[in-house]
Design a protein around this ligand. Structure first.
Ligand SMILES: [Zn+2]
Length: 54
């Protein structure tokens, strides 16, 4: 699963979340520290370890 980075306005820091594509599409994510759901996606920063297991 890809790792997405968000900015949490409550914690005032960046958080990294591992989400499925569907979870991200539906906005089913929250800050692991404070539970804030209004996370701001950091543009262009997602890492997937090019795991090509087919
Ligand atoms: Zn937070």
């Amino acid at each position: 699963m890809p790792l997405y980075e968000f900015y949490c306005p409550k914690c005032a820091k960046e958080v990294s979340l591992t989400l499925t594509f569907g979870e991200r599409e539906r906005g089913e994510y929250k800050c692991p520290a404070c539970g804030e759901k209004a996370l701001q996606p950091l543009m262009g920063t997602f890492f997937s370890k090019t795991s090509r297991k087919s």
